[in-house]
Design a protein around this ligand. Structure first.
Ligand code: AMP
Length: 186
């Protein structure tokens, strides 16, 4: 089963992704985490990516797409995967579609965790991650609105978008997501 978790920074998709990957036995691909590891290791890719991450900007598609698609081609992803943080732009979604189509594969669900912007701001301010300064928080939400929200319509048109209210207790939200994946909810 191929699942994408879509949502704003602070929507809780990272937390949900960990639980879902475990419950469904799917390899979890978290691009933010892959990037943070590359930055820590000081690779050439990490050094280039860091400039964008520290500014709250997206790492350019040309840098990130090949890394993610290479990971998806590994054997453990053949039966399915759960992706957190990718795609984040129409260009990335199209690159993923081309790869899946080429392999005769399709996405089962794109789970969109819907959280109001005031709630996102409050959560991001309370998180205290190194790239969570007030300026980068605002920039990341702006980038999300302009680059990533068009994916909602993109996947709606393809019939795989599942919109889930992302407010409430973590376990409540997890139950909503699981019932969609298990086919118990529309
Ligand atoms: P995250 O942990 O998902 O919030 O990601 C942290 C940072 O990594 C983001 O602010 C971006 O700079 C970068 N990043 C993560 N995933 C992507 C992606 N799919 N495309 C471009 N940049 C990304």
């Amino acid at each position: 089963m191929r699942i994408i978790l879509l949502g704003a920074p602070g929507s809780g998709k990272g937390t949900q992704a960990l639980g879902l990957a475990k419950d469904y036995g799917l390899p979890l691909l978290t691009t933010g985490e892959m990037l943070r590891v590359a930055v820590q290791e000081g690779t050439a890719f990490g050094k280039r990516a860091a400039q964008f991450m520290n500014a709250g900007a997206l790492v350019p598609d040309a840098l990130i797409v090949d890394v993610v698609l290479a990971r998806l081609r590994q054997a453990d992803c053949a039966p399915g995967f759960l992706m957190d943080g990718f795609p984040r732009s129409i260009g990335q979604a199209e690159a993923l579609d081309r790869m899946l189509q080429g392999a005769g594969q399709a996405l089962a669900h794109v789970i969109f965790l819907d959280v109001p912007e005031e709630e996102l701001l409050a959560r991001l301010r309370g998180r205290g991650r190194a790239d969570d300064t007030e300026a980068t928080i605002r920039e990341r939400l702006r980038v999300y609105r302009t680059a990533t929200t068009p994916l909602i319509a993109y996947y709606e048109q393809r019939g795989c978008l599942r919109r889930i209210p992302g407010v409430g207790r973590v376990e409540e939200i997890a139950t909503r997501i699981r019932s969609v994946i298990d086919g118990l909810a529309a």
